[in-house]
Ligand binder design. Structure first.
Ligand code: ATP
Ligand code: MG
Length: 414
C-alpha cells in the first residue's frame, strides 16, 4: 500500500496551543479590556482586499509592498492580497462604508496578518496584530490618547519594564520635502559607501536609509541631518503638543531622531515601543500619524493616527501564564454513577460552574487529572453517594471532604 505523506505546517505559520495559547489569549483579552476603558469601538474587516488598497496606501517602494505581500489572482481574475497590516483596510472601509459621518472615529481590531518574510524567532509569515486607530482627528490629543492607551496596555500586561517608547516627528509635507532634499544631498555625498539596498532607496525612498540595519549604512545614516532644522513652526508646535501631552499623562518617552517607520504614509508623529529582550525583533508596538493615507486612496484629505503591535511578540514577553483553573472535576465510580454524572455535569455548567468529567482510569488517575486541571474541588460519585443523593465534595487544597446534596452542588462550588 502506498504510504500517505502527512502534510506539513507551512513555513512561518503557527499552531498555537497550551501555554503559548494562554499567553496569546491573555494579550487579546487585556487589549479588549483596555480599549473599552479608552472608549474605542471594535471593528472587523476582511482578511483580503484588492491589491491596490495596499499598494497605493503603503507605497510601492516599501519593503512590505515590494517584497512581502501575499498577492494572488482569484478565479474571477482580480488581484487580491492577504492583509499585511490593518490600517489600509480600515481606511478603505472608512471610505466605502461612509464612516465619515462618525468622525472622529476611534477603532480597534485584531487578527492574522500575512507577510512573506524570512521566518525566525518573533518573525512569522502569518502572525497576529492588535491595532488601534483614530480617524478624522487632526489634533495632537489623538496621538497622545493612542500612546497612553499603548502604555497602559503594556503596563497591564506586566511587560512595560524594559520597554521604551521612542518618539520622533516626520513633520508636515513642507518639512518632509525640505528634509528629504537635505538627506538626498548628504547620501549623494557618501554614495560610494552605501549598501546596494540603500542605493536603491536613495532613488526611491531616501528616508528609509536612516533605519537601515546594514552596518555599511549605519555611520552614514547616523551622520545624516536631523529633521529638527527643517521643521515648520506648525510641525514643531504639533510635536511639542504631543510630548507635553505624554508628560502630562505620565508616559515616559525618549526622542529617536533616526526613527522613520517603513511606510510612506506617515506624517508628524512616529513611534515604536522597543525592548532588548527579543533580539533583533525588538519592536513590539509601532505606529504614527498618517494624514496622507486616505487621500492616497482617492478619498477626501482625512487625518488619521494609529498603531499596531505583534501579539506573538507581546506574548513572548509575558511571565509564565497562570493555569486557567476550573471549579470542579466530577469523578464518577462505576457505570451507574457515570450515567448520573452526565446530568449533574450538565446542570452545573448551566449554573455557570466550570466542570470537567474524569471518567477514565483508576481512582488515582482521575484525582491526578483533577489536580492537573487546577480544579478547586473534586466531586466523587460512588454507589453510596448515589443512594444518598449526594456528592462527596473534596476541597483539593485542604483535603477536607463534605457531602453535598445534588441540588445544592452549584451553590457549594461557587
Ligand atoms: P520589523 O521592523 O520587526 O519588521 P515592522 O516595522 O515591519 O517590524 P510594523 O509594520 O510596524 O512592523 O508592524 C507592527 C508590529 O507587528 C511590529 O512592531 C511587530 O511587533 C509585529 N510584526 C511585524 N512583522 C512581524 C512578523 N513577521 N512576525 C511577527 N510579528 C511581526
Ligand atoms: Mg518588517
Amino acid at each position: 500500500m502506498a504510504r500517505i505523506e502527512t502534510p506539513r505546517r507551512i513555513r512561518g505559520t503557527q499552531d498555537i496551543f497550551g501555554d503559548e495559547q494562554r499567553r496569546f489569549a491573555h494579550v487579546l483579552s487585556t487589549f479588549e479590556r483596555v480599549r473599552a476603558l479608552y472608549c474605542f469601538q471594535r471593528v472587523d474587516i476582511p482578511v483580503f482586499e484588492s491589491t491596490a488598497v495596499f499598494a497605493r496606501s503603503l507605497g510601492e517602494t516599501t519593503d512590505v509592498v515590494s517584497k512581502e505581500m501575499y498577492s494572488f489572482e482569484d478565479r474571477g481574475g482580480d488581484s487580491l492580497t492577504l492583509r499585511p497590516e490593518f490600517t489600509a483596510g480600515i481606511a478603505r472601509a472608512y471610505l466605502t462604508e461612509g464612516w465619515q459621518q462618525f468622525a472622529p472615529l476611534k477603532l480597534t481590531t485584531s487578527g492574522p496578518v500575512f507577510r512573506y518574510e524570512r521566518p525566525q524567532k518573533g518573525r512569522f509569515r502569518q502572525f497576529h496584530q492588535i491595532d488601534a486607530e483614530v480617524i478624522g482627528a487632526a489634533e495632537p490629543a489623538a496621538d497622545v490618547e493612542l500612546l497612553v492607551l499603548a502604555d497602559q496596555l503594556l503596563r497591564e500586561l506586566g511587560i512595560s519594564e524594559g520597554v521604551t517608547l521612542q518618539l520622533n516627528t516626520l513633520g508636515d509635507a513642507a518639512t518632509r520635502e525640505a528634509w528629504r532634499a537635505a538627506l538626498v544631498a548628504h547620501f549623494e555625498a557618501h554614495r560610494s559607501e552605501l549598501s546596494e539596498d540603500s542605493l536603491t532607496r536613495l532613488e526611491k525612498n531616501p528616508m528609509r536609509i536612516l533605519d537601515s540595519k546594514d552596518p555599511r549604512d549605519r555611520p552614514i545614516a547616523d551622520g545624516a541631518p536631523d529633521i529638527d532644522a527643517y521643521l515648520t513652526p506648525e510641525a514643531r508646535a504639533f510635536f511639542d503638543a504631543v510630548t507635553a501631552g505624554l508628560d502630562a499623562a505620565g508616559v515616559a518617552w525618549e526622542r529617536n531622531a533616526r526613527l522613520v517607520r517603513g511606510l510612506d504614509y506617515y506624517r508628524h508623529t512616529a513611534f515604536e515601543f522597543v525592548t532588548d529582550r527579543l533580539g533583533s525583533q525588538g519592536t513590539v508596538l509601532a505606529g504614527g500619524r498618517y494624514d496622507g493615507l486616505i487621500g492616497s486612496l482617492g478619498g477626501p484629505e482625512t487625518a488619521g493616527v494609529g498603531w499596531a503591535a505583534g501579539v506573538e511578540r507581546l506574548a513572548m514577553l509575558l511571565d509564565e501564564p497562570q493555569a486557567t483553573g476550573i471549579d470542579a472535576v466530577v469523578v464518577p465510580m462505576g457505570p451507574e454513577a457515570e450515567a448520573r454524572a452526565t446530568g449533574i455535569v450538565a446542570d452545573l455548567r448551566r449554573a455557570g460552574v466550570a466542570v470537567e468529567m474524569a471518567y477514565k482510569g483508576k481512582m488515582k488517575a482521575r484525582m491526578a487529572k483533577a489536580d492537573a486541571l487546577g480544579a478547586r474541588f473534586a466531586i466523587i460519585l460512588g454507589d453510596d453517594e448515589l443512594a444518598k443523593g449526594v456528592g462527596a465534595v473534596k476541597a483539593l487544597d485542604t483535603g477536607t471532604q463534605t457531602e453535598v446534596a445534588f441540588a445544592d452542588l452549584a451553590e457549594a462550588l461557587r
